[in-house]
Design a protein around this ligand. Sequence first.
Ligand SMILES: NC(=O)c1ccc[n+]([C@@H]2O[C@H](COP(=O)([O-])OP(=O)(O)OC[C@H]3O[C@@H](n4cnc5c(N)ncnc54)[C@H](O)[C@@H]3O)[C@@H](O)[C@H]2O)c1
Length: 297
Amino acid sequence: MDISGYALVTGGASGIGKACCHALAQEGASGILVADINLDGAKDTVAAIRAVAVHPEFRAEAIRVDVSQEDSVRDAISHMTGLFGRIDYSVHCAGVPGGTSDPISTASFPDFKRLLEVNVHGTFLVTRAVSAAMKAQDPKPVHAKYPERGTSRGVIVNLASVSSHICLPNMVQYNTSKHAVLGITKTAGMVVTFRPPPLLTADFDSDLSSGLAIDNVSHGIRVNCVCPTWTDTPMITRAMEVVPGLEQRLLTGMPMGRLCRPEEVADTVLYLCSPRSSFTTGTGMIMDGGMSLSIKS
Ligand SMILES: NC(=O)c1ccc[n+]([C@@H]2O[C@H](COP(=O)([O-])OP(=O)(O)OC[C@H]3O[C@@H](n4cnc5c(N)ncnc54)[C@H](O)[C@@H]3O)[C@@H](O)[C@H]2O)c1
């Protein structure tokens, strides 16, 4: 996959984030900062990936971060750039599931606010801080063998969900938060191709009014998100505790007759980090084993 640089992985203490740390280390990353609200879990991941890393000078560290807090995110990004000198890949997996499962008429407002704080504010804060750090770092060739692919300052991959594209029943807080993650990703990876009408031009900044590519893409930063279906992680184990009969219902709705594996999500994350996806930005890549094909939303 031609993975070689330094990665920040939020939510790396568990589930998909942990699988991403393993995959990045096994594919040649030079270093990984494992950032999670659960510092002990992040330290366990660091110990595990040091044992499997293939880069001869591989370095890994753990840091506690609360992605919903601006200061905490700022400190983690500054620690990352101080430690490794740059961020080549940002894989944002920190997130929480809904604490309740209810129709909209009785849905919990505190739970709704909690999911917006962690899943939406967290994605905004991490994407914003990483974008600023990447913009300030020198570009590197995308691929030594293919100079025509140009240069890159870094790649951002956010964890969204199939719930970014469809709405699963009784999950207004999760559906909303994951639609927003896709919105942040598309905006951060955006290319503007339209020309505003002349009357509006004065209100637009000069990049936008000239119709040039703006935002991260013009700085050689790609931003994508992965949109998996139900994946076998501790998050799903907790959801099964909240919703009676969920496991059987999930399996019934899965054309492949099984849940997605965290390593399968990590494979897609690796692809989006690697130069193999050098022309892909602003996408929400669905990986649902065909589940959403049979759901009308
Ligand atoms: N498991 C699934 O079925 C599934 C499906 C689609 C998308 N996702 C998304 O993938 C991501 C990872 O999910 P997972 O299944 O691996 O969950 P998980 O619970 O196994 O891991 C989530 C990690 O995020 C960390 N975290 C939670 N709140 C945090 C905060 N405020 N600051 C920093 N870290 C925090 C947790 O400590 C944990 O280590 C989430 O965004 C989730 O919504 C999961």
